[in-house]
Design a protein around this ligand. Sequence first.
Ligand code: SF4
Ligand code: SF4
Length: 439
Amino acid sequence: MDLKELMQQSGIVGAGGAGFPSYAKLADGADTLVINGAECEPLLYTDYVLLQKEMPMVLTGIKAVLEYAKIPRALLCVKEHTAKRLRLTDGKKLDEHIFLKTLPDVYPMGDEISLIYQATERVVKPGNLPITSGVIVLNVETLLGVGLALKKSKPVLDKYLTIGGDIPEAIVVKVPIGTPIAELLEKNSIIIPEGHVLIDGGPSMGKVIDPESAVVTKTTKSLLILPPDCEAVRTKLISGEMSIARAETACCQCTRCTDLCPRHLLGYPLEPHKMVRTAKGAATVMPEMVVTANLCCGCGICESLACSQGISPRAVINEYKALIGKNKMRYVGKDEVSPLPERDWRMVPSERWANVLGVAKFDKVGKYIGEQTDFTRAEILLRQHIGAPSVPCVKDGDRVERGDVIAQAAEGLSLPQHASVSGTVSVYNDRIIIEKDNA
Ligand code: SF4
Ligand code: SF4
């Protein structure tokens, strides 16, 4: 079996992002593997801990990808503050053909397009894949998965994640995929105060989830408990219709949202102020502009930092993204673009971004507390990745061992699922629940 097949059969996804099946990223023609350890948003310490604990296995994964895809060099990219904590310096050789690359402490460095530019000084043509610029981007946890699959024949079964926010101490913990979040919080004596919300992901780009029903998935990078009055949460509680209504009535066309947009600053034809100007009627008035919505990385700078009128260009653009997605459209640029000269001094320092979101006061370095496994069950979702959901290959009452395949990859872009614990299964439409033997 070659590496690509192994990655698919091991169920490896882009850990932390949208869950793109990583095997599908391996293609010919790359001269650089960029490893994303940027840990872009405030309050997250998962990649930092993972590099601290698992660097040899991550390097094993990197070497395998370099060899398979015939890539001559890899750049392991982390922010300056992470490099300092890991006692690594810019340019340090970590292994044959593998070098550390430090990134400035600015937001949003983890955005794939910004990361590629910062690491290689190449701007991917708008709407094109990184491979068109000779680059493949993989996350550090993805490469840990590759290392484990190769050295220990282990598919993706566990997840490192940060639990932080408005709690006395931030922690990083390793748990089986499918762990019920309510049990995880209870085990660690973490209580969500009345009115606070739980976010899966970073404070800006993460999503509010229900702690009672949510479970850890392959893309859970962090769980943040935040109060409703901080900017990071306030913006998540406004509906799409309200955002459109505000945009139509309050926008003064100051253009600040476009001036500070990181994708616009890289030379992309994305102009949020124009999207807002035409809000509801944009699809008919300027269809060629609406289709540029897929160039937005969803960072939220336009919403939380740029706009002084309480408008969310990001929310308006999200409506357009849904519209163009439904119509199977996307913007794919043919021409090269270059960063604007003002980019250098318009980037947002990470510290400022944390203050803008109202979360700086909750920032505590996550303390690694090790692996926790004594939960009653695991709920393995059949869709934890982009593409077709996995197809169950077990039936109610079957007994499975940790590591067994419980759902096969579907046709096309898809991945299998594995039992992260041993026990007895119940099969549902969207998940397989494994009740543990000792529960
Ligand atoms: S969220 Fe706003 S600032 Fe960020 S990329 Fe999209 S339009 Fe630009
Ligand atoms: S920053 Fe706000 S007011 Fe200014 S153009 Fe953008 S949406 Fe309109």
